[in-house]
Design a protein around this ligand. Structure first.
Ligand code: 16G
Ligand code: ZN
Length: 537
């Protein structure tokens, strides 16, 4: 057909590199940017099929490699409601990416279309964006070359350089037929967040200045643009905003650096921003879908406020609002974590009678589990997360008949929270606004927030193994089912340690196995991590 001829011609310009096997993993395809042009073109083709399968709903394509080093890049697809690509389609993506020739590609494309009963000539709609990586423009060209093969049959929209959560927002808003979610543009996103934030801060502003480490990535652009929408209500002091300096992206800065190294980015330390009393700061990752906070206790000691601390802050605040709104019986609030959540955080939330679910690592698992609550707070310890409000809850809130000004206020704030918090995916900017709102309402600084509970000492170790595929897990990755007998040995090691907990899981993004251990003391956590690592080797 004419369509396949056009697709072939486009694909011929971007042959698959030899000797590489691609895999659509936890966060899409991710590898050196220079290896990716053929993959990106093919992901564009799959986006068209996905859109056709879903009656022409708009599908998103995001070109980013998040917190990875600058030479890397990646791509992931966004489903119509703004969530990650449905898991069963990951195999189709992997299949297309690995076809050795154009002829194979066309055959694979046709077989997917046939198996899923997709009319390849139906209309489709795709929206795409990229982060600030130098390989971005070349990859976008490959994407556009593939999409151009369809001519006017499909609708294509380029929203340019922006954050991952903005793209998710635009996809969700585009597909929202009620038009209530927001205007489906980058500007629409800022307006929505700013309006809700102003409502929530009320007359508590202006708030204290906040230092934001942008990881020398696209978050710097979002932050500067957003500032224009809120003026001095919250002065955002952006640091690490160098988008032009080669190699600067995520280097010695950003959320991943701070969480893994458990220290200030050297740039932040050198500038001494945090020596002033009552100041705190936060770090975004390279595509601004992750955030961690920190401050210096007594002006000296680094204290991390990670995803677990954010989850606790948010859940308690929302729980209080639900109670004040008189809706405790009607709204079921819950928290979703992974095995990496510090044991103290889980215990703390449980003591407050808020249920906690544990899921495997990866945003899609947490997101899914959070949807089972009326209001689901989900965060990975590394700072990926958000709070989801069900449609039913939004209805309940909008129809509630408050019996007092306090109830009325609580209801208004819950509705505004659902608007300030990105309902599609974890979002550093939106989570930042959530945290600042809660701190303002509580009259807290970072120290008071930090006092909620004390983290158990913990260690995360990377272990190189000959074949990580033999490690199979169950119970949300907290137990191994294979290799046979290993879990019993881990259980035995854990039982000898006060408040000990440890688990082993194969990484979804690197060729290694990760060992996590926590215990009552730092030396015991260290010892347990070493013992379990030795068992794994
Ligand atoms: C990916 C996941 C992240 C997870 C990490 C674990 C998304 C968007 N990202 O980056 O949530 O924490 O993988 O990596 O789902 P690991 O499997 O190598 O430990
Ligand atoms: Zn990211």
């Amino acid at each position: 057909s004419a369509l396949f001829a056009a697709i072939s011609k486009a694909a011929d310009q971007y042959p698959k590199p030899e000797g590489v096997t691609f895999s659509y993993g936890t966060a899409g395809f991710r590898t050196l940017g220079s290896r990716l042009p053929s993959v990106i073109l093919r992901v564009g083709l799959l986006a068209v099929l996905r859109s056709q399968r879903l009656n022409g709903s708009t599908i998103g394509v995001m070109v980013t490699a998040s917190h990875n080093p600058e030479p890397d890049n990646g791509v992931k697809l966004v489903d119509p409601a703004g969530e990650m690509l449905e898991q069963s389609w990951e195999a189709h993506a992997t299949k297309l990416a690995n076809c050795a020739t154009t002829a194979d590609l066309i055959a694979a494309y046709e077989s997917i279309a046939t198996a899923l009963r997709i009319n390849v000539n139906a209309p489709a709609s795709v929206v795409y964006a990229r982060d600030t990586r130098p390989s971005g423009p070349e990859l976008i060209k490959a994407l556009e070359t593939g999409l151009a093969a369809y001519g006017s049959q499909i609708k294509v929209s380029d929203i340019g350089i922006t954050t991952t959560p903005v793209l998710h927002y635009v996809v969700k808003a585009t597909n929202d037929k009620t038009g209530l979610y927001g205007t489906p543009t980058i500007e629409g996103y800022y307006v929505k967040l700013a309006t809700a934030f102003q409502t929530l801060v009320g007359n508590r502003g202006p708030l204290a200045p906040l230092y934001v480490d942008c990881a020398n990535g696209v978050g710097a652009i979002a932050l500067a643009d957003f500032q224009k929408h809120i003026g001095e209500l919250l002065p955002l002091k952006a640091i690490n905003t160098d988008l032009d300096k080669a190699g600067a992206l995520n280097y010695q800065c950003g959320a991943d650096f701070v969480k893994t190294k458990q220290q200030l980015p050297p740039s932040v330390a050198a500038a001494g921003y945090l020596s002033a009393p009552k100041t705190h700061a936060c770090s975004f990752d390279g595509d601004a879908d992750r955030i961690v906070y920190y401050y210096l206790r007594d002006g000296k000691h680094f204290r991390l406020l990670d995803g677990d601390k954010i989850a606790v802050l948010a859940a308690l605040f929302i729980g209080d609002l639900i109670a004040r709104a008189g809706l405790t019986d009607k709204i079921k609030l819950g928290v979703v974590q992974t095995a990496y959540a510090n044991g103290s955080s889980t215990k703390f939330i449980n003591h407050r009678n808020i249920p906690v679910t544990c899921t495997p690592t990866g945003v899609k698992h947490l997101h899914h589990a959070a949807l089972r609550y009326d209001i689901g707070v989900y965060f990975e310890a590394n700072g990926h997360g958000t709070v989801l409000f069900s449609d039913e809850v939004l209805e309940t809130l909008k129809n509630a008949e408050p019996e007092s000004p306090d109830q009325k206020n609580a209801i208004k704030n819950l509705i505004a929270l659902s608007e300030v918090i990105n309902q599609a995916v974890g979002d550093a900017l939106s989570d930042l606004l959530l945290v600042e709102v809660v701190l303002a309402h509580r009259g807290y600084g970072a120290e008071e927030w930090d006092e909620s509970y004390e983290d158990l000492p913990n260690r995360l170790v990377k272990v190189e193994v000959p074949d990580r595929s033999i490690f199979l897990t169950t119970d949300a990755e907290r137990k191994l089912t294979s290799p046979a007998g290993l879990q019993a040995l881990i259980d035995e090691a854990v039982s000898k340690v006060e408040l000990g907990r440890s688990f082993v899981r194969p990484s979804g993004t690197e060729d290694c196995v990760r060992v996590y251990a926590e215990a009552a003391s730092s030396s015991a956590a260290e010892g347990l991590a070493i013992t379990v690592s030795d068992l794994v080797k």
